[in-house]
Design a binder for this molecule. Structure first.
Ligand SMILES: Nc1ncnc2c1ncn2[C@@H]1O[C@H](COP(=O)(O)OP(=O)(O)OP(=O)(O)O)[C@@H](O)[C@H]1O
Ligand SMILES: [Mg+2]
Length: 459
């Protein structure tokens, strides 16, 4: 069903369009103020926007401009009173697809809407074909097709189409930067810059002049004026990595950019408009940081328009073999050291490890193994001790409760998986024997073996 956003400050007009459009079979969302429309545009993806030209708080032209920024391909149609055809012309110049003059003929309006949607369908089909060609290539970089990874991919694809602000949240090494790149390079902004900056790595003054630029003489050492990264990224995307590490003073400055989409260079007075898609990332729980007053709530809501949580590797263990093979191919090509593969025992160790450093840790382990290996295949002995001994450590009887507490259920589950895996190995895959070793009934052994994907055959 096609989705239409109707923006009008007049209740009767909103209601009329709502009923008429629903009858025509469209899905409708309504905004009664310009501000509300801006908010909806940030989060939603519409097939058509119909906006009144003159409203109380913001003009229809502002809505049009913002809509073109967040979703360039969504057509925007203006409704205007007869007296103001002048600005209808402005609207067309700014990229509105059409306008109708009040009072309008309902049948005419229906046709104008149908045509706008038809054109939009053709354009987006065309774009989709192109994107599919490009995208297939881009998405190949994101390895892993576990259910959790599939969910991430489909969200990434949807997000790419919008210009909304995204917050990528995940532990260290889960692929936050890789995902941010995938979003940018699959978006309509793909041929404009992708600029990445680590907000945690620079002291405030430096970060400020990096992001916003400075004018000549604004501080000692500022021998010439310089563009900030927000300006450099114009038309493209900026990746604000480790945004949770910014000081409160910096958070206020970022909030201003997000609200006003303008920046001011350090030492400057001129307000420079910027058209940049913001992708922020953090490995902290920002909601928690807000509760602890380490992170501004208003900024959190501004950047958390679309949250994109990345699962840690231990929650998508199915992806370990594919990722390991992927890194093996990549690294052995880089090192000019062709290897046949990963031995079964080595792969089992890789699958059993908890990967606190996530995908990056796996990548490093494979790189090390390729460098060390001389037998043509990755064997357990070329894996680092924490991976080889992981199973023993995981099954250790002693348990230490860390300060932040412990998820006992999942620890017990890990223990069970470990024990069952070992028992299966000893019984050479015969489930009834393995069950006996662990004092489990065959039924419950079989149930868990299936749940954890441990069973190799139906014995
Ligand atoms: N799904 C994936 N497919 C292929 N490679 C991946 C995947 N996820 C992560 N990687 C690789 O793992 C490494 C770490 O990824 P990335 O730098 O994006 O993580 P990060 O979350 O930004 O980590 P950090 O918090 O430490 O900065 C990179 O080399 C990246 O290419
Ligand atoms: Mg990173």
């Amino acid at each position: 069903m096609e989705k239409i956003l109707v923006v009008d400050d007049e209740v009767s007009m909103r209601d009329f369009l709502d009923i008429m459009l629903r009858k025509e079979g469209y899905e409708v969302e309504l905004a009664g103020t310009g501000r509300e429309a801006m908010r909806l545009l940030e989060g939603g993806l519409y097939d058509l926007v119909i906006s009144d030209l003159s409203m109380g708080d913001l003009s229809g032209l502002d809505i049009l401009r913002r809509s073109k920024e967040v979703a360039a391909q969504t057509p925007v149609m203006m409704i205007t009173a007869y007296a103001s055809t002048e600005s209808a012309i402005d609207a067309l110049k700014l990229g509105a697809c059409d306008y109708v003059i009040k009072p309008f003929n309902v049948d005419e309006l229906k046709i104008v809407i149908r045509n706008a949607l038809e054109r939009r369908r053709l354009v987006s089909e065309n774009q989709e074909l192109k994107r599919e060609l490009r995208g297939r290539y881009r998405f190949e970089e994101l390895v892993g097709r576990s259910p959790k990874m599939k969910a991430v991919l489909s969200l990434v694809e949807k997000i790419s189409m919008t210009g909304s602000t995204v917050l990528v949240q995940g532990e260290s090494g889960t692929g936050k930067e890789l995902v941010a790149r995938a979003i940018h390079f699959n978006s309509p902004r793909a041929d404009k810059p992708f600029i990445s900056i680590n907000c945690g790595a620079l002291p405030d003054e430096l970060l400020e002049s990096e992001l916003f630029g400075h004018t000549k003489g604004s501080f000692t050492g500022a021998i010439s004026s310089k563009k900030g990264l927000f300006e450099v990224a114009d038309g493209g995307s900026i990746f604000l990595d480790e945004i949770g590490e910014t000081s409160t003073a910096m958070q206020v400055k970022l909030l201003r950019v997000l609200q006003e989409r303008r920046i001011r260079r350090v030492g400057g007075t001129e307000e420079i408009p910027v058209n940049v898609r913001i992708i922020a990332a953090t490995n902290q729980d920002l909601a928690q940081a807000v509760r602890e007053r380490r992170f501004r709530e208003d900024l959190f809501y501004r950047i958390n328009v679309i949250p994109l949580p990345l699962p840690p590797l231990r929650e998508k263990k199915e992806d370990i073999p594919t990722l390991a093979e992927h890194f093996l191919a990549k690294v052995s090509k880089e090192m000019g050291k062709p290897l046949k593969g990963i031995s079964r025992q080595a792969m089992e160790l890789l699958e059993a490890h908890a990967w606190p450093g996530n995908v990056r840790e796996l990548e490093n382990v494979i790189e090390r193994a390729v460098a060390l290996e001389s037998a043509g295949m990755i064997q357990p002995q070329s894996l680092p001790p924490e991976v080889c001994e992981g199973r023993v450590a995981g099954a250790a009887p002693g348990i230490e409760i860390p300060e932040e507490g412990l998820d006992l259920e999942s620890r017990l589950e890990d223990l069970r998986v470990d024990a069952m895996r070992q028992a299966l190995e000893r019984s050479e895959g015969v489930q009834s024997q393995a069950a006996r070793q662990l004092g489990m009934t065959f039924r419950s052994f079989r149930y868990f073996a299936k749940k954890y994907g441990l069973a190799r055959d139906d014995s």
